[in-house]
Design a binder for this molecule. Structure first.
Ligand code: SAH
Length: 269
């Protein structure tokens, strides 16, 4: 029965996408193992929640071993559709949210992506299978180094992890076809909007004054910034500067005005 379900729910190779040969890319698991069963369940949930892109499902279920990104104590929960702690008060996002944000970026082999908030590197690993080049910025040195080592170990070759303040973006690598924020700011960072290519997508949680956060997508079009609002989410806050370990306080790095400069915003809020 499990085998039958597996056939129905395994997304299989994506139509029109060349398979990628990366060492260690395909995860191996016996169908009888609890992790394999949890994956199967997760696959069903993701589909029911509207994840329709087979390339995203394949990356989430077959290509990236989520168990390699969570703490040993959380191993048996790796494929639960929940947020899990990754240390330093930070979290690895819920699989549904990772999948939805990835789908909203509209995968494409030639596209270049900037991620803000590398964390444990899981979202970056998912992106690596669906986009051409990924740059990811993390403000915590320890998290950035651990993520870099983990991605190297998994043979992920097209992700560059940068230590820095994501509010500044990465102007030397701009423009990007997609920018994804995995920490929530209170305003749309203008510096990041300015680093979007024409037609580029900015997918991010936005915290409103009420404290609620919504997943948003902003598309950079000739006519201005087109705004769409999706589900309510809960992310850690996006903080300015990089933490100064010695003084255990935050060093604020100079950054551009965070007010949005684009004259036209189509609002669906
Ligand atoms: N994408 C991550 C989840 C990250 S949690 C994953 O898959 O695991 C959010 C991360 O954003 C945290 O690691 C936090 O340190 C980082 N962060 C918060 N503000 C930031 C900023 N201004 N620049 C870079 N990283 C930031």
């Amino acid at each position: 029965m499990l085998r039958r379900l597996r056939q129905w729910f395994s997304p299989g190779p994506a139509a029109g996408t060349a398979p990628r040969d990366r060492p260690g890319a395909e995860t191996t698991s016996s169908l009888d193992s609890p992790l394999a069963q949890a994956k199967l369940e997760l696959g069903m949930q993701l589909r029911l929640q509207g994840i329709t892109d087979s390339r995203v499902l394949r990356a989430m279920l077959d290509l990236v071993p989520r168990e390699d990104f969570v703490a040993a104590a959380m191993l048996d929960r790796a494929y639960e559709n929940v947020t899990l702690p990754i240390g330093m008060g930070q979290t690895i996002s819920q699989p549904f949210v990772v999948a939805l944000m990835t789908q909203l970026l509209e995968p494409g082999e030639g596209k270049r992506i900037l991620e803000i908030g590398t964390g444990c590197g899981y979202q970056a690993a998912i992106l690596s299978h669906l986009f051409g080049q990924v740059h990811s910025i993390e403000r915590h040195k320890d998290l950035a180094e651990t993520a870099r080592q983990r991605l190297d170990r998994l043979g992920v070759g097209n992700v560059s992890v940068h230590l820095g303040d994501g509010f500044l973006g990465l102007s030397e690598q701009a423009p990007f076809d997609g920018i994804i924020l995995t920490a929530a700011p209170r305003e749309v960072p203008a510096s990041l909007v300015n680093q979007l290519a024409e037609g580029g997508r900015l997918v991010m949680p936005l915290e409103l004054e009420s404290g609620e956060q919504y997943l948003m997508r902003f598309t950079n079009s000739k006519a201005g910034l087109f705004e769409e609002r999706f589900t309510e989410v809960r992310f850690v806050p996006m903080l300015q500067g990089i933490p100064d370990k010695k003084r255990s306080q935050t060093t604020v790095i100079e950054h551009e005005s965070l007010k949005i400069e684009s004259p036209k915003v189509d609002s669906s809020l």
